[in-house]
Design a protein. Sequence first.
Length: 388
Amino acid sequence: MSGAGSGFVFSEKPISIASGEGVSLTAEDGTDYLDFGASYACTPAGHCHPDVVEAVREQAADLLYVQGSYPVEARTDLRAKLGALAPGDLGNVWLCNSGTEANEAALKFARSATGKTKIVAAKRAFHGRTAGTLSATWKPKYKTPFEPLLEDVEFVAYGDADELAAAVDADTAAVILEPVQGEGGVHVAPEGYLEAARDLTEEAGAALIFDEIQTGLGRTGSLWACENEAVAGDGVVPDVLTTAKGLASGLPLGATICADWIAEDAGPHGSTFSGNPVVCAAANATLDVLVEEDLAANAAAVGDYLTAGLAASDLPLRDVRGEGLLLGIEVKRGANRVLRDLALDHRVLALPAGRTVVRLLPPLIVEEGHADELLEALTDVLAPTAEP
Ligand SMILES: *Cc1c(COP(=O)(O)O)cnc(C)c1O
């Protein structure tokens, strides 16, 4: 590591961003980019949605911070709103500052409430980078330098209900799953898998944790992916659901939403910045926009449009996977080169998910016209004549 900007943690892109509006990001040199990555799904309502900006301004003028033990309207409202929007009867909301913290809390709560230790997670899973959540994350590259991590974590093949049945036993505190794996390459749970996980955990007295940090908030066409018919029949309600990323339109916020039996015996846990009023105000406004504008329905519609467009094209693709506006396009050459060409030649920003998958996570306000722009750019970048 050799100082600021050396690539420590994040590799720097050759584009300095000055502002954002809706589905666009504008660089310091004035160039506009169509944002199909939404900086990892963090801006579901679009960049700088006016309602969110206004809510932040108003709350900042009133109160930037007060410790969590004093009720503050923005925080109380957010807990109520998340409880009302959560699937089934999940209604106990713990607020924190990131996705990894939301999952860390979920794992701690599950251990405390069950009095057991074993965690079952999936291969290819990504749940965060604290020592606890990293233990349930699959990629050895992220973990090896920091080992030993938590003991008593077993990994199973994602989507294989039999393997899950063999792993879940009387010592299991929790099974943690992404309803659609994001970071691991965009893999949708096969039909019946989440339901099987529900049955197995219930029988074993273990907590079922759904990590909806990437899949939640309307992205897959339902407010939560576990409610998605295509993924889970009539929907599967976990014992703990975690959300973060777009929850406060990119301000740092995570939430761990728990069933009563988990919350009643969750153990001691806390965080100074839990439920910061400004961040909660941003989240309240974001959730209002998501619900009032039914952005989940737009995600389903534009997602279908994009998937159909990709299927109808004769682009050299190995696979197109995903749900709604969480899509993975498996390309035949390195995803990073495709992403570079999309950005520098066509001013379209997207994300990787592993070496060969181009991941699309646009703001949920994108329209079919934007999908057409992306398809055109992809056609140009991936056309056989564009190969070196
Ligand atoms: C991004 C992500 C996390 C980690 O969230 P951070 O806010 O980066 O800590 C955890 N799980 C999933 C599924 C994610 O996509």
